[in-house]
Design a protein around this ligand. Structure first.
Ligand code: ZZB
Length: 258
């Protein structure tokens, strides 16, 4: 699977736990297959009990992601020491919640790292960027956090990291309108982010229709079809250094190489 890794820059000042990283450019790095949706980011997702690390990519850049993805990146020439990830700081998802981020193309100038309970640690980087207009999982997880005060207090999430962030229409799909994920979640009567079977169906539908029938409502390629805009936006992100390409090895290959 070929992902685009989005470099979401952690803004200054860093929280005290991150002081050893001062002087570097520090990024939470999210794997996505939908670079054309980056305009609509409202937050970033981390797994509260997930294990992450801050890894040296080169002399200036630090990526926060899972150990597993840092190793894969090292084999893809993205590590300061060739083929060896160097971890400067071990972190848990709880350490990341509330980090303030500046993410490429996002209309929101700052977004926050928030808890999502269904993140898989053996996929991508274990960090996910959230686009609730076009991703049913993101829509439901944001809805859960907004509507459940208990969920926010459980993870120390401040109201101002969540409540001001609304769904931003970025793509029109004739069948689903300008907020496809909201419409599909509503039509399938999805109750929460834990409604996994229905969410898988919602994701399948939104992917399919988004790709075949979607049209950009915003950005440099406004009016173009999603199919056309996707590679153009991907290349732009890669050329400007705001993202890097990442291939996920097959599961079998991974277990053989340890
Ligand atoms: C932004 C985005 C916008 C995404 C969208 C989807 C959609 P796939 O096909 O199963 O590989 N993702 C990435 N890593 C993880 C993880 N570790 N755990 C859970 N989810 C993860 O799915 C790739 C997508 O799954 C990625 O693309 C990411 O969310 C999420 F409008 O990034 B996406 C209809 C989907 N729309």
């Amino acid at each position: 699977q070929d992902y685009v890794l989005i470099k979401m820059e952690v803004t200054l000042p860093f929280p005290s736990k991150f002081k050893v990283l001062e002087g570097r450019n520090v990024f939470l790095v999210a794997a996505t297959l939908r670079p054309e949706t980056m305009y609509g980011q409202t937050n970033c997702w981390v797994l509260p009990e997930g294990k992450y690390g801050a890894f040296e990519i080169n002399d200036t850049d630090i990526f926060i992601l899972t150990q597993r993805s840092a190793l894969n990146l090292a084999y893809q020439k993205l590590s300061r020491v060739p083929e060896k990830p160097t971890c400067l700081l071990e972190l848990s998802g709880l350490d990341l919640i509330g980090l303030q981020l500046n993410s490429p193309l996002a209309f929101n100038e700052v977004i926050y790292a928030l808890p999502m309970l269904t993140i898989l640690t053996d996929k991508g980087t274990g960090i996910v960027t959230s686009v609730p207009s076009d991703s049913p999982d993101d829509y439901m997880a944001l809805k859960d956090l907004k509507s459940k005060e208990g969920l926010r207090s459980k993870f120390g999430v401040k109201d101002e990291w969540v409540l001001p962030f609304d769904v931003i229409p970025i793509i029109n799909i004739p069948e689903f309108g300008d907020k496809a994920a909201e419409k599909v979640c509503h039509d399938l009567k999805i109750k929460s982010q834990n409604d996994k079977e229905k969410l898988a169906e919602a994701k399948r539908l939104t992917y399919l229709k988004g790709f075949t029938d979607g049209k950009m409502l915003v950005g440099e390629f406004k009016g173009k079809k999603v199919q056309e805009a996707k590679p153009l936006i991907k290349n732009k992100l890669l050329e400007t250094g705001k993202a890097v390409a990442y291939s996920e090895p097959e599961k079998k290959v991974m277990s053989r190489s340890g």
